[in-house]
Ligand binder design. Sequence first.
Ligand SMILES: Cc1cc2nc3c(=O)[nH]c(=O)nc-3n(C[C@H](O)[C@H](O)[C@H](O)COP(=O)(O)OP(=O)(O)OC[C@H]3O[C@@H](n4cnc5c(N)ncnc54)[C@H](O)[C@@H]3O)c2cc1C
Length: 307
Amino acid sequence: MLQGKQATGVQVLIKGRRLELKARKEVLLAAGAFGSPHLLMLSGVGPEAELKPLGIAMQHELPGVGQNLQDHPDIVLCYKSSDTSLLGISLGGSMKMGKALIDYLRNQKGPLGSNCAEGGGFLKTAPDLTRPDIQLHSVIGTVDDHNRKLHWGHGFSCHVCVLRPKSIGSVGLTSSDPSAAPRIDPNFLGHDDDVQTLLKGYRIAREIAAQTPMARFSLKDMYSQNLHSDEQLIELLRRRTDSIYHPIGTCKMGQDEMTVVDSQLRVHGIEGLRVIDASIMPTLVGGNTNAASIMIAERGAEWVASA
Ligand SMILES: Cc1cc2nc3c(=O)[nH]c(=O)nc-3n(C[C@H](O)[C@H](O)[C@H](O)COP(=O)(O)OP(=O)(O)OC[C@H]3O[C@@H](n4cnc5c(N)ncnc54)[C@H](O)[C@@H]3O)c2cc1C
């Protein structure tokens, strides 16, 4: 809620009841890289081109709200395996899982104590690079379409993601109804450099899976067994690349006209409103985003406390 250029509180829907909560000092927005720009735009703070067509009254024009969406584009190499010690669905596997469940409940140990993404690494796709441009996460099960697609049998997966993508996406509005999802366009692989980096990373991950120590798992590549040329693999990347859940940047910090918050996370042009989450990162970190988000929250909390 805004009175002129002053944030005064928030409206919330609780079990169908709309309540207005008044802020004594500040409103802190921490709805993440999709939620924060969405709520700002619904509140009339954002680019005119998003708000006007939906009849949302412009309270404060900030063209950068929802722009600059960045995320690590990720492709998963999925393998089937005859090794039932890997996670999966099978009769033999169910017996093992039963035992594993007992082990976990009694001792908090065993396969069910695993975070599943047990290993990983940071790699350079060319020796002359000064820092890694690819990250791998390996998983002791078949992760297909974020586990929406389950497969009979056991398997192994390896995520490959581009650490500093050049493709930039956006978040916009589909409706002025707050219960409608925002429009999310990650624009994965929009920049050809990202395609080339991911292609190199894919080939490296495939080479790792083909090494002798992996032979005991009898891995069978589920999606690229017979794909060898760049053209074939790029077609696969374009079909299967998706998020590894690291969206940032849609309320970016800075001073130029496309930034949304200042160096203490205060929304430009609005009094009493801060954004404190991953959306304020101007550029994507070259690794997982949770630690950076916690750091932003801790710094934000200090500024709020001392305001
Ligand atoms: C499946 C998954 C796995 C991940 N694994 C890792 C990992 O292993 N390591 C790592 O470093 N990072 C990981 N991440 C990324 C990490 O979780 C995020 O970078 C981090 O949580 C971002 O923090 P945030 O505060 O910006 O947003 P969030 O943690 O997403 O918090 C935003 C909150 O706002 C709420 N919200 C949104 N809209 C509204 C609304 N309209 N009204 C009320 N509430 C709203 C959401 O429900 C959510 O609770 C993972 C993310 C996901 C989704």
